[in-house]
Design a protein around this ligand. Sequence first.
Ligand SMILES: NC(=O)c1ccc[n+]([C@@H]2O[C@H](COP(=O)([O-])OP(=O)(O)OC[C@H]3O[C@@H](n4cnc5c(N)ncnc54)[C@H](OP(=O)(O)O)[C@@H]3O)[C@@H](O)[C@H]2O)c1
Length: 338
Amino acid sequence: MRAIVITHNGNANVMKVEERPDPVVGQGEVLIRAKAAGLNFADILARQGLYPDTTAKPCVMGYETSGVIESVGNGVDQSWIGKPVIAMTRFGGQAELITVPAKQVFEKPENLSFEQGAAIPVNYLTAWALLVAIGGLKKDEAVLIHNAGGGVGLAALDIARHIGAKTFGTASASKHEFLIQRGLDHPIDYRNQDWLPVLMDLTKGRGVELAIDPLGGKNWKKTYRALRATGRMGVFGMSVASASGIAGKLRALKAIAQMPRFNPLRLMNSNKGVFGLHLGHMWREAEKVRGWTEEIMRGVAESWIRPYVDRAFPFDQIADAHRYIEERKNIGKIVLVP
Ligand SMILES: NC(=O)c1ccc[n+]([C@@H]2O[C@H](COP(=O)([O-])OP(=O)(O)OC[C@H]3O[C@@H](n4cnc5c(N)ncnc54)[C@H](OP(=O)(O)O)[C@@H]3O)[C@@H](O)[C@H]2O)c1
């Protein structure tokens, strides 16, 4: 089978498509023939050598796939064979064939293409955890979604709109028109102006009840200042560090040096909360994550979950796919097709 391999740390040219032995399905597992695999920011950071969770290189990344079940292992119902599915994969997802535990597999809804299917797990589970499971967003609350035009950003927008929250989102100006069409109430161009005073103006000086921030570094300080009393801030990434080579390492060190240190007494006195999310560290809470997935699938059936695929790149164009994300060209999800 063909698989996308990060050969070593470096720029997009270190990506290769290689022949690998077909995986053998084990007890409690299914074998999936992929039709589409998700590409995530974590894959870019892994290639840059900035993602600590990666296995040793060379490695095949990929947290999600959508395809058809080819065979099942002992203990798995034979009726799964031939079914179109969506699956969460702990790496190895960017390959033609993948084995995964059956409990990480969901039947693909008929109204979604395989490409849309591969756009669901990481983006929507992350957004669900941030907004609903931990963030506790409620109707009429104000939510700030940073990088609203990215995969997680669009997913968060779908969920926030369904809840009935007022939505504020930072994004490159070129993405604003699309975001307004998707239902974002207030896009903010954070690349050409200081976004905090703009947000404070828009909220009449009050700020927001929930803010989700994947930028990291000193941006976390500002995002915290954007919270009103009862406000919660969810931190879940460090996009500001993204760069290949030594530049990435230096940016990561700078971001760590500039991030805020929270004092519990100050949190208490200002009635604010701070939480973190790392979906990749939720594997031991499989039942919880399954429950979130069921809610998301209900949203698909009810049409308020709308996975948006910007582009599908063939496996052979993996370097172009990485560059497309690094150059901030994507709106929503990028998927890879064998
Ligand atoms: N903790 C978790 O469990 C978890 C799960 C999923 C994702 N994440 C994190 O969430 C963030 C967004 O992920 P995503 O999948 O939504 O990514 P994405 O679809 O690739 O979107 C990322 C967007 O972020 C903006 N951006 C900001 N800094 C950037 C940079 N240095 N390089 C490129 N783009 C940059 C760009 O939007 P503009 O053009 O508007 O600036 C870009 O379109 C990443 O930091 C990722 O690591 C964390």
